[in-house]
Design a protein around this ligand. Structure first.
Ligand code: FAD
Ligand code: NAD
Length: 466
């Protein structure tokens, strides 16, 4: 029987990063993945394929709607070849998952293809292509998550679908009905809207992206409405029926009236749930909490002391970079180091266009915590760079402590915000004040100048260009 210092179950961004860091720190490491490709949800059916389709559909929209503004004329009709677009997405996925194979080899990590389940706290049974039992002193569970569903919905995966199927449709829907105005619903909704589908978003709460700062929800909602998406907020879905090629969704509005929507596809994107099926956790004494997550302490250690858990399968934001930080954290803990994660400073990004990005506290959270704060906000339309490229929607908002000026939260919507948020994370990691940011030179002309201007506005209401 093969024996390891560490065995990791699951090869998503949590698991494969943990494996690399364990190997870098000198541990003999194995990783077990039930699918034939590494990379988990993120690389195969999540972050990477969705961003590939967002990029392709963005190019299409630019070509059909905005090239003309720049004096670029394309004779003839510009058409979408969906098969080719989906094919390109798959090529990007294959290249990326292949990169993980390379990294495993480079770091001398043994990869086992098969379903991993606990025999006891130090032994794992692998069933599948590489079937065998292995032994490990420490085990990291990184089995991720699966899409959630509503109890009354049958996901036929043809017309009533999850994000996984939405990433490989064979036709552009005529009318895509989306249940859930969260990250997946909005990102994939925008992809198909750009490609020509009618899109209706049905959201239970009174705003889209309900966990983000309300200012961002409001602004993105405007963008979707401008693109002629139907945004049905405060609607409670009651039923989803499929009749042949038609899908009928009924939802109750705030007045108690039942509203009916008819489309040809329905994407159910109401969140994701931790995935532990088949792990046989009981055999190792690993306990779950009442939310179906694996229970961990501050060291990400489960109820069995040599077994750790990371990523979507435990509490916290279901984000690839959160899982990665936890992978590194556990590897370094196992090596006797004292790593640290500040969960308040894990940024959240929505890759629509304009992009939405945030870190730290929202205004709603600061109010609830009775924190006295000040706000500095700056619109992209006031920036020369934004006007030059024609991306003028959105703003940067900085929330700073009223007394100390420490930055408490940064919320932005606009072009390139997914990248701009890194400056805010860096500043907050070093506990910068708004004035600190405002006194740093930002290259001109850039979108990043909006961060400086928002900081100036927060410091002393002294933004320069409004
Ligand atoms: P996963 O990536 O889910 O990996 C778990 C792996 O474990 C899987 O490969 C699974 O097959 C394997 N596994 C499970 N059980 C077993 C077992 N018993 N034996 C062997 N293997 C097993 N996050 C972002 O930060 N940015 C984004 O842009 C983003 N976009 C997304 C878009 C979509 C459409 C979706 C669905 C998700 C997106 N996410 C994004 C979320 C991100 O994918 C997850 O947060 C991330 O993948 C979690 O990583 P993980 O390592 O915990 O688990
Ligand atoms: P989500 O939690 O982001 O959004 C779910 C939405 O569905 C919420 O707005 C919620 O109020 C709504 N909802 C719940 N029940 C409903 C009902 N009965 N009727 C109508 N609406 C209902 O979940 P998601 O969009 O499915 O994404 C799942 C996870 O994947 C998220 O945790 C997210 O972090 C991650 N993800 C991240 C990215 C990114 O970082 N860019 C992209 C995609 C997915």
């Amino acid at each position: 029987m093969k024996s390891y210092d560490v065995a990791i179950i699951g090869s998503g961004p949590g698991g494969y990063v943990a494996a690399i860091r364990c190997a870098q720190l000198g541990m003999k490491t194995a990783i077990i993945e039930k699918y034939s490709t590494l990379g988990g949800t993120c690389l195969n059916v999540g972050c990477i394929p969705s961003k590939a389709l967002l990029s392709s559909s963005h190019h299409y929209e630019e070509a059909t709607k905005h090239f003309e503004d720049h004096g670029i004329e394309i004779p003839g009709e510009i058409k979408v070849n969906l098969e080719k677009m989906i094919g390109r997405k798959q090529a990007v996925v294959d290249q990326t998952t292949g990169g993980i194979d390379f990294l495993m080899k480079k770091n001398n990590i043994d990869v086992f293809e098969g379903l991993g389940s606990f025999i006891d706290a130090t032994h794992i049974k692998i069933e599948g292509k590489d079937a065998q039992d292995i032994e490990a002193k420490k085990i990291i569970i990184a089995t991720g998550s699966k899409p959630s569903n509503l109890p009354f919905i049958t996901l036929d995966k043809e017309r009533v679908i999850t994000s996984t199927e939405a990433l490989k449709l064979k036709e552009i829907p005529k009318h895509l009905i989306i249940i859930g105005g969260g990250v997946i619903g909005l990102e994939l909704g925008q992809v198909y809207r750009r490609l020509g589908a009618e899109v209706t978003v049905i959201e239970y709460m009174d705003r889209i992206l309900p966990t983000m700062d309300a200012g961002l929800s409001k602004e993105l909602n405007k963008v979707f409405k401008k693109a002629k998406c139907k945004m049905m907020l405060s609607h409670k879905v009651q039923s989803v029926e499929r009749n042949g090629e038609e899908v009928v969704v009924k939802a109750e509005n705030k007045k108690g009236e039942v509203v009916e929507f008819k489309g040809d596809y329905c994407l159910v994107s109401v969140g994701r749930k931790p995935y532990t099926a088949g792990l046989n956790l009981e055999a190792a004494g690993v306990k779950m909490n009442d939310r179906g997550q694996i229970d961990v302490n501050d060291h990400l250690q489960t109820s069995t002391s040599n077994i750790y858990a990371i990523g979507d399968v435990i509490k916290g934001a279901m984000l690839a970079h959160k899982a990665e930080e936890e992978g590194t954290f556990v590897a370094e803990t196992l090596a006797g180091q004292k790593p640290h994660i500040d969960y308040n400073l894990i940024p959240g990004v929505v890759y629509t266009w304009p992009e939405v990005a945030a870190v730290g506290k929202t205004e709603e959270e600061l109010k609830a915590d009775n924190v006295a704060y000040k706000v500095g906000q700056f619109p992209f339309r006031a920036l020369g760079r934004a006007r030059a490229s024609g991306d003028i929607d959105g703003f940067v908002k900085i929330l700073a402590d009223k007394t100390t000026d420490e930055v408490l939260g940064v919320h932005m919507i606009g072009a390139r915000c997914a990248d701009l948020i890194a400056e805010a994370v860096t500043a907050m990691e070093f506990r910068a004040s708004a004035e600190d940011i405002s006194r740093m030179s930002h290259a001109h002309p850039t979108f990043a100048e909006a961060v400086k201007e928002a900081a100036l506005a927060a410091t002393d209401d002294r933004a320069l260009h409004v």
